[in-house]
Design a protein around this ligand. Structure first.
Ligand code: ADP
Ligand code: MG
Length: 239
């Protein structure tokens, strides 16, 4: 019976997150955000000032162009470049917050050129803690922290189940989507939406929604890395 297992193992190479996957992740996130600008604008108009979609799209355009300039990147330098681009190019609160996410996540992958699920859990957890440290929001405050925390929990559960990376990211995307949707009945206790008090209930949080898209894009980037090289060489994801 054992001999039957060997080919299966060979057919399922261990999927890793490499520098190339991170590049695809950011290009896909930029493209998806580009398509979602009207949605994010509407969500932020309802409980904020309407700039979230434009803010994040501007930030992601900067991220993609700065990453393209990076010579022979390791994961940590990529994440630091992403952090700096978001912090410096996004006017709203979400820029420094996403910047903190990537700055803290960079610390977890120092000197690494690829990571598997165990390190991804640490990366997303560190990123989430970076956002919490800067913004002081807790789960239930109706912010991006609700989505980020749900993603960490989902990835940890996948780690315990020894899920493959693609399976873990599929579960994580779903958990992130549910968490973003779960912000709708909440009353905002942080950020601009908190000025509305009880009137902020009934609307999905824009930052929680863009954070959901961050994990969707990572799942897509990992799925793309499984395709044969010619198809994968230049993902045509730009809008
Ligand atoms: P601004 O509120 O300055 O216009 P954006 O519209 O770009 O910034 O981003 C708003 C999003 O930022 C919110 O939907 C929320 O998810 C997130 N946010 C705001 N303040 C905080 C905070 N203190 N902690 C975590 N997330 C926050
Ligand atoms: Mg706003």
């Amino acid at each position: 019976m054992n001999s039957l297992r060997a080919p299966t193992t060979r057919l399922q190479p261990k999927v890793k997150i490499t520098g190339r996957v991170v590049g695809d992740w950011m290009r896909l996130f930029e493209a998806n955000i580009g398509h979602a600008v009207p949605l994010l604008t509407d969500l932020d108009r309802a409980i904020g000032d309407g700039d979230h979609g434009v803010n994040i799209y501007r930030g992601m355009q900067s991220v993609v162009s700065k990453l393209a300039e990076l010579k022979s990147p390791d994961l940590s330098s990529q994440l630091r470049v992403i952090s700096a681009a978001l912090t410096s190019s996004v006017g709203g609160a979400s820029g420094p917050l996403y910047g903190a996410f990537f700055l803290q996540s960079a610390q977890v992958v120092l000197y690494k050129s690829e990571i598997a699920l165990a390190d991804l859990i640490l990366l997303v957890d560190a990123g989430c803690q970076g956002v919490v440290k800067l913004g002081k929001a807790a789960v239930g405050d109706k912010t991006m922290v609700d989505t980020l925390s749900a993603a960490v929990i989902s990835l940890r559960e996948s780690g315990l189940r020894r899920d493959s990376l693609p399976a873990a990211l599929a579960a994580c995307s779903l958990a992130a989507q549910r968490a973003a949707e779960g912000t709708t009945p909440m009353v905002a206790r942080k950020g601009r939406a908190s000025y509305l008090g009880e009137r902020s209930a009934g609307f999905q949080d824009p930052g929680a929604t863009s954070a959901q898209m961050l994990f969707e894009a990572l799942a897509q980037a990992v799925a793309l890395s499984l395709l044969p090289s010619p198809t994968h060489s230049n993902p045509s994801v730009s809008p």
